[in-house]
Design a binder for this molecule. Structure first.
Ligand code: NAG
Ligand code: NAG
Ligand code: NAG
Ligand code: NAG
Length: 302
């Protein structure tokens, strides 16, 4: 905006405060980004009701209406590194030991949500809603700017030699695990059946893969995921994955800070952390946006 018109707007605002406030008290936001409160809930479609879907979420604030063309399912960190089975062969790992750290031992709760996650993926695709795979996928350039706290947090033996980018050796006799959480490595691939889902979805054009280099996939001035959201006018995000209190929460919270609608899906999220961590996320996610189970969403998508 030209400086003069900005100043004129400011002056006008001082004279008539109401001009910068939406005259409709049931509209929240501005002409570019707004919600509308309806008699029975919330309309998040931002004025495009074509093919809108109403979700009867378990929320005292009522149902939520979404625009499928501007909605996406965001699946976070369902990667081999976090979910690989803690079978005896894992102990053959030469440099890193997946068993030594609870996050690295393979999260059984994370594996348990896979069938439900796949049901959600299929239902989103059937309604033309995009599926995002937002995962750790570091480059050597990322390693140059990685903060000390992150190197420490992802060390397996307390030294930096086993942190990001270190060679994780071989498991199950012949799987080369690759460099820790580096883009393209086996350990950074989606786990089990999710890999097939991701490959098929990306090939088909319904799914999109975004690398991230922090817990959040939406931090800083921009990330691959945020650029895609902006380019494709996507505003409404459903979240699942691991860990609910770390990478899922980080990405959800940054998305909320940046103006996106956030809906946490309980039964496609899991964690290895103590239950208090999930309780904090549940409490705040409901304030920042909405919480639901897939069972609240799936019937509306068939
Ligand atoms: C409105 O929604 C329809 C159906 O989802 C979609 O095809 C169309 O692109 C949307 N229009 C705009 C301007 O976003
Ligand atoms: C890996 O961890 C397991 C379980 O803590 C332990 O039994 C095993 O000896 C460790 N292996 C190596 C190579 O450190
Ligand atoms: C690798 O292990 C798998 C599973 O045990 C086995 O099916 C496959 O033949 C092995 N490949 C090689 C090259 O040893
Ligand atoms: C999802 O289901 C679980 C298990 O039944 C329940 O504890 C939780 O409150 C549900 N979440 C919502 C948002 O209703």
């Amino acid at each position: 905006m030209h400086l003069f018109s900005y100043l004129a707007l400011l002056a006008a605002a001082h004279g008539v405060n109401a001009q910068l406030v939406n005259p409709n008290k049931n509209t929240f936001g501005n002409v570019f980004n707004f919600w509308t409160k309806t008699t029975d809930g919330w309309d998040l479609t931002r004025g495009n009701a074509t093919n809108a879907i109403t979700l009867p979420l378990p929320d005292p604030r009522g149902q939520v209406m979404i625009q499928p063309a501007s909605s996406a399912l965001v699946i976070i960190d369902m990667q081999n590194f976090f979910l690989v089975r803690d079978n005896p062969n894992c102990r053959f790992i030469t440099k890193n030991n997946l068993s030594q750290h609870p996050d690295l031992g393979g999260d059984p709760l994370g594996r348990a949500i896979i069938p439900t996650t796949i049901n959600m993926i299929h239902a989103f695709r059937a309604k033309g809603m995009k599926v995002f795979w937002t995962n750790w996928g570091l480059t050597d350039f990322d390693l140059i700017s990685m903060p000390p706290a992150f190197f420490r947090g992802f060390s397996s033996d307390g030294t930096s030699a086993t942190s990001f980018g270190s060679d994780m050796g071989t498991i199950q006799g012949n799987i080369s695990v690759g460099r820790k959480l580096m883009r393209g490595s086996w350990n950074a691939q989606p786990f089990g059946d999710l890999l097939d889902e991701q490959l098929a979805g990306v090939a088909h054009g319904s799914d999109f893969y975004f690398n991230k280099n922090r817990l959040s996939g939406m931090w800083g001035t921009s990330t691959p995921m945020q650029t895609f959201l902006q380019d494709n006018l996507i505003t409404t995000l459903f979240f699942g994955g691991v860990n609910i209190d770390q990478c899922v929460w980080g990405t959800l919270l940054d998305s909320y800070y940046k103006g996106y609608d956030v809906i946490l899906v309980d039964d496609i999220s899991a964690t290895t952390s103590p239950s208090a961590a999930t309780a904090m996320v549940d409490f705040n996610a409901a304030l920042d946006g909405w919480r639901a189970n897939s069972t609240d969403i799936l019937p509306a998508l068939v």
